[in-house]
Ligand binder design. Sequence first.
Ligand code: GLY
Ligand code: MN
Ligand code: MN
Length: 459
Amino acid sequence: MNQFLMDTNNLVTILKQRRVKLGQLIQHPVILWSSSPISRNFFANKYPFRASSHFLYFAGLSLADAAIRIEGGKLELFMDNNSPSQAIWHGAMPQREEIGAMIGADLVYPLAELANKTKAAATIAVQEQITYQQQCKLLNRPLALSDRASGIDLELARAIIKLRSHHDTLALQELRYSAAVSIQAHKAGIQATRHSSTEAEIRGAMERVIIAHNMSCAYNSIVTVHGEVLHNESYHNKLQPGDLILADVGAQTPNGWAADITRTWASGKFSSTQRDIYEIVLAAHDRCIAKMFPDVEYQDIHLLAAEIIAEGLVSLGILKGNPQDLVDIDAHALFFPHGVGHLLGLDVHDMEDLGDLAGYAAGRERSDRFGLGYLRLNRPLESGMLVTIEPGFYQVPAILNHSDFRTKYQDVVDWERLAQFSDVRGIRIEDDVLVTDSGSEVLTADLPTKVEDIEDLLL
Ligand code: GLY
Ligand code: MN
Ligand code: MN
């Protein structure tokens, strides 16, 4: 059950610090539910369980069907002990008193006791529907999901964002570990390429590393020769000579802390067109990371990536015009339609269950511009934040063949020149970058990004 990297005393100390800080930020009692395992095709056949991230942050352990109540820094744990029939099928579980001791709970109760302790409590709605209904019922009020929360729940969401967006030593230890295992997974994927004939075999080689560390994937892996399908989750394609493989794969530790890495490599050697575009994406990646310091606006980093990509595409003759002017009319977004990254922590898009409350500074809203609307993070960087930097280039048919875009950008794209890059369907390079007092630290730096180094790994 205890799969922590840190020894128990330090762990309990840090979990307590988190709860005390929460108590300083909100006067109300706080109840956080872990949520229930979700059935797949029949009741007893469940998806792998993972507790809600807000619960995990303060409780530390991925306990199913549990809740915690925090008031003035004190922790109460509510959960039932295994019934005799559960013990037959699932084995003996530690009793709630033992679990409470593991996480530094001050008091432990059966779950039913929670009904007597809900007065004036703030909470965050979980994603899983059965527990969500229980939350509404026990608190006797409707709960808004995501950034539609109001009143004390909004106050709680803001307090939690303050804590979770700056990673403490326990979080960083877990995040560094998930980054290290994810790096190994990517190396295994690159090295498996020569002996693989399908995307699925490469995926298998990558996820094998994660599973062999008793970890799981932080999100559904993308391992594809069609990198232009941004959230591609099919793995059936055969690898053909000349294909680029885009792999976006990240592990999560047993306690839920995520990594998020993308690399793109050739099935043999990069062609000259593939290399030309790869170098542009890599320049955007490197220069964005070099610009990361506390107080820098993340949106400016996104716009820097857009400008470098526009500049590179002008130099290749694919775009026509002045790079800054092209960014101003969102022409870069024809090829780089998503944001340059997002917060990372317990969730791969950290705290996105709260809508844009975590990602956007107070008073800011999503832009309706084509080149900015998919930006998930728009606030100044602060020391202790972990973000991804993930510029890319894609030839998305739904964009490039869309009549509105064709008309709007008719004069700034050299479509004949673009056709010469038909072997570049999708490239993304994604790393996990911690903001420090003096700049940044790339937690995933041990995974090469340079073409030569990636080609060396392929051998
Ligand atoms: N793996 C999801 C993302 O890169 O945002
Ligand atoms: Mn990402
Ligand atoms: Mn990713």
